[in-house]
Design a protein around this ligand. Structure first.
Ligand code: GUN
Length: 283
């Protein structure tokens, strides 16, 4: 069975639209998200367009700010500073990756913690690992919602996360641990990956390489979350890290690519923006 992130996203966005209408009534304006896009990478353009479309559906004001690929680091940091000080803006997102002459860590640290709707700021990351209130990164948050949608009771399960990035692998492992799963993090140096993944009741794969998980690597009845976004070199089509069709025959549930985790990331960005707005208004 496939778990549709697209369908779950649509439902959640409908609920958020109702909520945002109420917030606008109560506070006199809607939440406002500023998205900065540097350069013209087609993948980044498509993500940013998706964020603008979702904002429209939910009723969030979206200002997308485009800058040329040769913007200096200083100019970008100054722009973020201006947005930090702008009281009419609740959330700031700088689309990654950035050109190599710009230090991504500096950019992430410059966005104020309160407006960091990506949940990438070191203070938000630290708060997550210390189980304190924080903004949770959008993809990991979306994955937990997909697991709940699949009817998966996470507590007590064996979860294996393949990949240890700051954006997905590490935070999703922490969220699974907090939901009382027993968590293993596998990575590119893991020896005999299949022997590890076959233990998983919940398998999350986020490495960015097609065919990382084949059907023989999956425990029968497992729930498989495919975070990969790759281009199939033969067909040019979007594909994940998991052999979807073959694994579907073994797993209880699997998320497709496209239409699985991707839409949930954007939906959780909307949720994080609404939460940032409410926190600000309740101060
Ligand atoms: N690039 C790919 N995914 C993301 C994301 O979730 N946030 C940002 N800012 N950039 C990304």
């Amino acid at each position: 069975m496939r778990i549709s992130g697209k369908d779950l996203s649509s439902r959640l966005k409908e609920e958020m639209a109702v909520k945002v209408a109420g917030l606008k009534e109560k506070y006199g304006r809607e939440p406002h998200l500023a998205v900065i896009l540097v350069g013209e990478d087609p993948g980044s353009v498509s993500y940013v367009t998706g964020k603008a479309k979702a904002s429209e559906v939910v009723g969030i004001k979206n200002t997308t700010i485009r800058r040329s690929v040769d913007i200096s680091e200083g100019e970008l940091l100054d722009l973020i500073g201006t947005l930090n000080r702008d009281d009419s803006i609740d959330g700031i997102l700088v689309q990654l990756p950035l050109p190599s002459h710009i230090d991504e860590n500096k950019v992430i640290e410059t966005i104020s913690k309160e407006k960091d709707v990506d949940g990438f700021h070191p203070l938000n990351v630290a708060a997550l690992w210390q189980k304190r209130p924080c903004t949770v990164a959008c993809t990991p948050k979306g994955i937990i919602k997909l697991l709940r949608e699949a009817g998966e009771d996470i507590a007590g399960k064996r979860a294996v996360v393949v990949g240890r990035s700051n954006i997905v692998g590490l935070p999703v492992a922490k969220l699974l641990l907090d939901a009382n799963a027993t968590v293993t993090i596998a990575h590119s140096k893991t020896v005999d990956l299949g022997s590890v993944t076959r233990q998983a009741d919940i398998l999350v794969v986020a490495v960015g390489r097609p065919h990382t998980i084949t059907a023989d690597m999956v425990k029968p009845g497992a729930v498989v979350i495919d975070v990969g976004v790759n281009r199939n070199p033969d067909t040019g089509k979007l594909c994940g890290d998991v052999d979807t069709e073959a694994v579907e025959a073994v797993a209880r549930c699997i998320t497709p690519v496209p239409g699985g985790v991707g839409p949930m990331t954007i939906t959780c960005l909307m949720e994080n923006t609404i939460e940032a707005f409410e926190r600000k208004m309740q101060l």
